[in-house]
Design a protein around this ligand. Structure first.
Ligand code: ADP
Ligand code: ZN
Ligand code: ZN
Length: 739
């Protein structure tokens, strides 16, 4: 009987053998339910085998073959193999973690049927003349539906407010939903306006491309086969427009396009944006914020080749895409492309592998590329495409000024020039954004008598003062306690908040500018579902004067009335132990600065720093990423850091520090014994040496070549798996971003 090798979600590096009866008609890539121990579990059929190492009587039969959805394509299975090998993570866990939750369940997937909207009997009899004239969108929808039933996407293309109008029409009983008839919509809607119908989709061609944009688009569309492009474009240079034109081209060729974005908060906005440009093209998003059913449905639309544009966060890199013809990675430098637990993959790197495996172009876009990508473009492995001008003409880059806080007096963390600049914006009815990367009221509470600091007893971190509920909270483990009335050490009642967080800044600015409408955007104020969307609306409608925000506000949002960005206390990154901290800071400040002055108003960025002459700020003032990248590359080369070396980080944590260290020392000994051309560093505490009562330490290994590191890891991993580590959690992180 044929033996099928199945991937299971268990921490072992092997596949598992089962038999399957002839009539079960199993195909590779199908999901199966199999017995494992005493349980029934879900697995993925990976390959057939001639024979098994198990004795025939010990091989159990597959319980059930799930044929609810088509088998996963071989291409995806190959990608999973690659990820498992490269990240040294068990194949079964790799495979299962790539699947949407619904496809990991033991039950078959049931999906909602695709729906069309059509006029009801009442709707067909309705006299349009009786409708109020103001209801333009409702009128338009009814008129369109008189011609033929339409999908939600097609109706949305009529107007951004179509969903609301549709709801009213359904409630009035004029429009109803019906199950879609098989087959594609043959006649795309003829629409008013500037769009042109090209072959089989509508393309709202909003802008004539600039020369630079044209060159970038041409270079990519002329590429045959795999090629990796680095699209380096300053903020506001119109990278998105380049993506749109590339999508258009690939859609015309009948292909699918995958667009990866870093931030889940941005996906609804981007989704709407791309829908407005391609109103009748099927577009789906894939991210962890979707309900399980919707995510499975979108995944299957991608797999069926029906969804032509797939927009998603890092997990979307695993979506099956039979017609994949282009991958776009926006903000490719963003650390959130790297998963920090389980399969610690970099979606950008996996995307590059995927493009090369498939033989299609990939475009990495950023205003501040990662040094890895920049270096690859410099050395010719990637092709560089540059956008050096802002796309909308009067919009120029903001003026960046540094305020030397070692010389200027500060009031609650704010310098006078900063306050004056904010005041000027208030008078001109423009918006200011004050950027600070610390939420809460103050980073720590201190006793002025004995110097006691509020520390988390479970972590090596400080408890942050939050005024709401008067609590001290640990941002690492979630521990909270009420603010003590007196110092726990000396009993003195004079406890003072030290440092500044978003809440304190809000309080300070509110008392200084009592009339100003201040909006604080951080993880605390946006915790409730929909809160962030509501705030964004307020900002757009000009209902907020001063925005106070953490990095959430920095990414990708376009606020035309914003003309001032203030940056408070960014200096920590300049002397951080993390060698990537200054690279990240430059990217962050460029991005947040890019929010200022995007429309017809000039923007200004004010940075409060004690090191105004630091090369980072010099480059920031000159808007010169290249100089900065050169400086950093020189430093990294001197110090022997990536991208000049390749790293793997073994980290471990446990309740007993001794056990953690013993494990890592044994791992280190085993690594040394291999005598391979890699550098094995010493065992050191993690940057956060204790978290939630677990001690954390790590061991770094690096090599000059990726291949040497991989060979070493292949030899080392089995010994790691064999080390005693019952009470520990450990993980191997390839190309680590966090230490
Ligand atoms: P980036 O992603 O590079 O920061 P965007 O793609 O958001 O820049 O573009 C910035 C602004 O410029 C947007 O408002 C966009 O509509 C506009 N834009 C882009 N390309 C053009 C063009 N060729 N002509 C006119 N406006 C453009
Ligand atoms: Zn004290
Ligand atoms: Zn803690």
């Amino acid at each position: 009987m044929p033996i099928i090798r199945v991937a299971l979600d268990v921490p072992l590096a092997t596949l598992f053998d089962y038999v399957v009866s002839e009539e079960a008609r199993l195909e590779i890539g199908q999901r199966v339910v199999v017995p494992f121990g005493r349980k029934q579990v879900l697995g993925l059929a990976m390959e057939w085998a001639e024979s098994s190492e198990l004795a025939p009587e010990r091989i159990k039969p597959v319980t059930r073959v799930l044929d609810d959805v088509p088998p996963l394509p071989q291409e995806l299975l190959t990608l999973l193999h690659f990820c498992s090998d490269y990240y040294h993570y068990p194949l079964g866990m790799t495979a299962l973690s790539a699947l949407p939750t619904r496809l990991r369940a033991l039950e078959p997937v049931t999906l909602k049927q695709a729906l069309d909207y059509t006029l009801s009997a009442a709707g067909r009899e309705l006299d349009m003349a009786t409708l109020p004239k103001r209801r333009v969108v409702q009128q338009r929808i009814l008129q369109a539906l008189q011609q033929s039933p339409l999908s939600g996407a097609q109706l949305r293309s009529l107007s951004p407010s179509a969903p609301g109008a549709l709801k009213v029409l359904i409630e009035a009983g004029w429009v109803e939903c019906v199950a879609r008839k098989a087959g594609p919509h043959l006649n795309p809607l003829p629409l008013a306006g500037e769009e042109a119908i090209v072959e089989n989709h509508t393309f709202n061609d909003a802008h004539a491309l600039t020369d630079e944009q044209r060159r970038a688009v041409d270079a990519v569309v002329q590429q045959t086969g795999y090629g990796c492009f680095l699209l380096h474009g300053i903020t506001g240079s119109g990278k998105t427009e380049v993506y749109v034109h590339l999508m258009h081209e690939m859609l015309q060729r009948g292909g699918q396009v995958l667009l990866l974005v870093p931030e889940i908060n941005l996906t609804p906005q981007l989704e709407n944006y791309f829908r407005s440009r391609f109103p009748d093209v099927e577009l789906v998003s894939l991210h962890s914020g979707l309900a399980d059913g919707e995510r499975a449905q979108n995944w299957l639309k991608a797999q069926a080749g029906e969804a032509r544009i797939v927009l998603g966060t890092r997990l979307a890199v695993f979506a099956p895409l039979p017609k994949l013809s282009l991958i776009l990675v926006d903000e490719e430098h963003d650390p959130s492309f790297k998963q920090q637990d389980g399969l610690r993959y970099s979606a950008r790197d996996v995307a590059i592998f995927r493009a090369s495996q498939r033989g299609v172009p990939i475009v990495l876009g950023s205003a501040t590329p990662s040094l890895e990508s920049w270096y690859n473009a410099q050395s010719g492995r990637y092709r560089m495409l540059k956008l050096t001008q802002r796309a909308v003409q009067p919009a120029t880059l903001p003026i960046v000024r540094c305020m030397d806080v070692s010389k200027l007096p500060l009031q609650e963390g704010l310098s006078e020039p900063m306050l004056t600049a904010i005041e000027a914006r208030l008078q001109r009815k423009e918006q200011s954004l004050i950027f600070i990367n610390r939420r809460g009221y103050a980073p720590v509470l201190m006793c002025s008598a004995c110097g006691w600091l509020s520390e988390c007893k479970h972590c090596a971190g400080k408890l942050v003062l939050h005024l709401k509920g008067r609590t001290l909270r640990c941002h690492h483990c979630g521990f909270q306690q009420r603010v003590p009335h007196a110092c726990p050490t000396c009993g003195d009642a004079d406890l003072k908040p030290v440092g500044i967080g978003t809440q304190r800044l809000e309080e300070t600015l509110q008392s200084r500018f009592p009339q100003a409408r201040i909006l604080r955007v951080d993880r605390d104020s946006t915790r409730n579902k929909g809160a962030w969307a509501a705030m964004r609306k307020l900002i757009h409608e000009g209902e907020a004067d001063i925005l106070i925000g953490t990095q959430m506000l920095a990414k990708g949002h376009d606020f035309p009335n914003l003309t001032l960005v203030g940056v408070i206390s960014p200096d920590g990154a300049l002397y951080s132990a993390d060698f990537r901290a200054s690279e990240k800071l430059f990217a962050q400040l460029t991005q947040v600065g890019g929010r200022a002055g995007r429309a017809d108003k000039a923007g200004e960025v004010i940075v409060q720093t004690a090191f105004p002459n630091h090369p980072l700020f010099q480059a920031l003032r000159a808007h010169d990423y290249e100089i900065w990248a050169q400086t950093l590359l020189a430093e990294r080369q001197m110090a022997g850091f990536p991208p000049f070396v390749y790293q793997a980080l073994l980290s471990a944590e446990g309740k007993q520090l001794g056990e953690v260290n013993t494990f890592l020392q044994q791992a280190r000994g085993a690594a040394k014994d291999l005598q391979m051309p890699v550098e094995v560093y010493g065992v050191v505490p993690a940057a956060m040496p204790k978290r939630a009562n677990h001690h954390r330490a790590q061991l770094l290994v690096q090599a000059d070549r990726r291949k040497a590191l991989q060979e070493f890891l292949r030899a080392w991993k089995p010994t790691l798996d064999a080390l005693p580590a019952q009470k520990l959690r450990w993980a191997l992180d390839i190309d680590p971003m966090e230490f």
